[in-house]
Design a protein. Structure first.
Length: 353
């Protein structure tokens, strides 16, 4: 969702590009179908790195990306987000002297126990171009000593994807197979290690979901990581929840858009709910996307699940904050990203001549 608008904008402008899919997300419902939904071309290279420890995934991507860069000889490597593939590709390119551009730069949770936080920090400080999605990113990078000329506030590419597919997502009516009406249900997602790797925490969160399910249906697309932990713990899933497989992008967007509220530990979903002004409760102690709280519809619940229950009641009474859409979340972020990329390329060509 972050990179698709950039790929399509580069194609529209006739820029030669080489698309690499690392295969870190290897489940078909969380990988290939997203390419189809987003209208992306088939990857030029599929690495298929699969699962493994953080070190194993990072190492596999670094080796493969280095080989590909040596063969393709790109003028620039563009990476998005904060997963292991992001930092691995950035590190491999930087060591080869290839400039790196980071889409969604500068986000910080200030929690280094979160693997993604380490990936963000390292990627940002390896990158020549820092393409930020919200004002906090600009502030964080400046605080860390990044030169202003490297920071470019372009907006949120995920919102580009959302705006492009929003009407199609609602037209699909993905709530109908469950016998539901729009705004009659809650949507739950869980995947972060801090929530699903600790048996007691996961049990408490499922208990919260069960209590909410007494007031309204709760649709729970079960992430592969979460399903694996449930199996490891022998944790029975509450019968009150509507358990579904991970959803394709357009279907999930439709479910989210028509939900009464969303409970999540996903960073991207915090952004998407704010863009659509859907109430969101974040089941974490922090967020790297403060604009969703300061301006948007998101509230951080932390460990206080009783508070979460009270907030659900507040939402049901129609008393939730309305929120606003942060600056430059306007559906044109990818165009600004490509402007920055091409401007940097032109400056390098001029300097070389």
């Amino acid at each position: 969702m972050k990179i698709a608008p950039v790929v399509l904008e580069l194609k529209r402008r006739g820029v030669r590009q080489h698309l690499v899919h690392t295969g870190q997300h290897y489940d078909a419902a969380m990988s290939k179908v997203f390419f189809d939904d987003l209208g992306m071309p088939e990857p030029d290279l599929y690495l298929g790195v699969g699962s493994g420890t953080h070190a194993q995934q990072t190492a596999r991507v670094m080796v493969a990306i280095e080989e590909d860069c040596l063969q393709f000889k790109p003028d620039m490597l563009v990476v998005g987000g904060d997963v292991n593939s992001t930092v691995a590709a950035a590190m491999a390119a930087a060591k080869l002297g290839i400039p790196v551009a980071h889409v969604e730069a500068g986000l910080r949770s200030f929690d280094r126990a979160m693997p993604e936080e380490l990936n963000r920090i390292v990627t940002d400080h390896l990158s020549e171009l820092l393409l930020t999605s919200e004002e906090s990113g600009n502030v964080n990078l400046a605080r860390e000593g990044v030169k202003p000329e490297r920071i470019h506030f372009v907006g949120n590419c995920m919102v580009d994807s959302l705006r492009t597919h929003y009407d199609k997502a609602l037209a699909a009516k993905p709530w109908e197979p469950y016998g539901l009406e729009p705004h009659s249900y809650a949507l739950l997602t869980l995947h972060r290690p801090s929530n699903v790797d600790a048996e007691a925490r996961l049990r408490d969160l499922l208990g919260l979901a069960s209590r909410i399910a007494q007031r309204m249906p709760v649709i729970f697309p079960v992430h592969p990581r979460t399903r694996e932990r449930l199996r490891d713990f022998g944790q029975p899933l509450p019968a009150a929840l509507l358990l579904v497989d991970p959803q394709p992008y357009v279907k999930f967007l439709g479910l989210m858009a028509a939900s009464k509220l969303v409970l999540t530990d996903s960073g991207g979903i915090q952004e998407e709910t704010t863009a659509m002004q859907v109430p969101c409760l974040t089941l974490r102690r922090n967020t790297e996307r403060p604009s969703t709280v300061e301006l948007g519809t998101n509230v951080i619940v932390g460990d206080d699940l009783d508070l979460a229950g009270r907030m659900v009641e507040q939402i049901l009474r129609g008393e939730w904050k309305k929120g606003s859409v942060p600056p430059l979340w306007d559906g044109h972020a990818a165009s600004r990203v490509v402007d920055v990329l091409l401007g940097a390329a032109a400056r390098r060509m001029k300097a070389a001549s």
